[in-house]
Design a protein around this ligand. Sequence first.
Ligand SMILES: N[C@@H](CCC[C@H](N)C(=O)O)C(=O)O
Length: 259
Amino acid sequence: MIMTFYKYQGTGNDFIIVDNRLQTIDKKNTKGIKELCDRRFGIGADGFILLENDEDSDFRMVYYNADGNESSMCGNGGRCIVAFAKFLGIIENETQFNAIDGLHNAKVEADIVHLQMQDVLNIETHNNHQFLNTGSPHHVEMVSGISNFEVNFYGSKIRYGEPYNEAGSNVNFVEQIDTNHFAVRTYERGVEDETLSCGTGVTAVAIAMHKIGKTESKNINLKTQGGELKVTFNYDANGYHNIWLVGPAEQVFKGNIEW
Ligand SMILES: N[C@@H](CCC[C@H](N)C(=O)O)C(=O)O
């Protein structure tokens, strides 16, 4: 079968996106999805995303990591699929769509996509790290000298170590730049590598930094290897609500591939 695909990127986190409203894609083809994401033998991407019809909202997002397995929520992928839905004419500038972690509101302003994330009510604070779920699980750890930090070495050790083990966690290393500005580098589970940016990761970092008192701001800028993102939220005794991840999403190219 010839499959038409679109390549998108959001702050350098890149995805192959396919319109699967006609249900033509074999969703159990783990090996095939992994091959498509391979940067030498395939198209190359951090993840593979299907846009499907949904009974309760404008569309459904189905997300696979580069290893070919379906995974939990992808924030940058969520921003990219909103731009794709607008490109296809499914939505105008505002939408509500379904993903594995539930309904998400989003809006588009030029090339900037605002994506509402699920509320975060539980944050584990440990001596040198925090753990929280922003749609995907995230370990957050502050480091010094982040630009020279060995993200893959330490990230993979933490991701496969106790208490995460095989199921794993994404691992974010953070350094404060200013009162409300943090540099972040992320080792992503399922890609098993550092990616240039992680949307659920920077969301976790913003909330964790507020929770441990590194910032009082509820409007936080995150510098990733692939560009700048913003996270805003409200906070009360129960936790973090009305969380928005904001940043660019761009279509890079379109192609056809035998699959
Ligand atoms: N790149 C994503 C996160 C994708 C999911 C993650 N790799 C996992 O399996 O937990 C993002 O932008 O949030």
